[in-house]
Design a protein around this ligand. Structure first.
Ligand code: CDP
Length: 211
């Protein structure tokens, strides 16, 4: 079984994806960490992020250990990730790894949960269940702000909100794999709903598939 979870930043995709994977013993892939790992490498190497050719070259050399880099959750890395994610050749270079993960999950897991922006539309158009998780700008900015403060990172709410809107705008308006719900995705708005309630709802949708 393949479960595709897409949606804008800080909507709760990762929390839901991880819980579903744990519940069913499925493999989980946070595809955003791939773009973040690439952004982190671009930053470290001093490469020009505007040079699609060079960024694509780096994408082709990306390895699984790069997904463990410890700066991946930085806001600057997230912004840079969304800038290099607009390049069609970069996306193409990262496509096979994501598709193989979904179709042949590691550890002989019986299914995979992938979260990102284009899982239901491009990576796994035949996924068994497609969810598009969203929430209001204010709720998402508050969640991201709290996440950073809890980690001891200084963060200003107004800046987080502005960054989040800029990233959404870039992700939704790019021509290659724009962030949007697949035609057959179920949209869940998580504003004012607990993570547990969202999980319950998703488990119900999986149960419906099995009937
Ligand atoms: O955690 P958050 O939702 O803030 O972002 P992320 O999922 O880690 O993704 C970081 C950036 O990578 C996004 O803003 C997208 O530009 C890009 N991305 C993408 O283009 N396609 C994906 N499947 C996943 C992420």
């Amino acid at each position: 079984m393949i479960i595709a979870i897409d949606g804008p930043t800080a909507a709760g995709k990762g929390t839901l994806a991880r819980s579903l994977a744990d519940h069913f013993g499925f493999a989980y892939l946070d595809t955003g960490s791939i773009y973040r790992a690439l952004a982190s490498l671009v930053r470290e190497s001093g490469l020009d992020p505007e040079n699609q050719e060079e960024v694509t070259g780096l994408a082709l050399k990306l390895s699984a250990t790069d997904l463990q880099r410890n700066d991946l959750r930085e806001e600057e890395v997230g912004q840079l990730a969304s800038k290099i994610a607009v390049y069609p050749r970069v996306r193409q270079a990262l496509l096979d790894f994501q598709r193989n993960f979904a179709e042949t999950p590691p550890g002989e897991a019986k299914g995979a949960v992938l979260d990102g922006r284009d899982i239901g539309t491009v990576i796994c158009p035949n996924a068994d269940l497609k969810l598009y998780i969203t929430a209001s700008d204010d709720v998402r900015a508050s969640r991201r702000h709290k996440e950073l403060i809890d980690k001891g990172v200084a963060a200003i709410y107004a800046e987080i909100l502005a960054d989040l809107k800029a990233r959404d705008q870039r992700d939704q308006s790019r021509s290659a794999a724009p962030s949007k719900p697949a035609d057959d995705a179920i949209v869940l708005d998580t504003s004012g709903i607990t993570a547990e309630a969202v999980l319950e709802k998703a488990l119900g949708l999986v149960a419906d598939l099995r009937c």
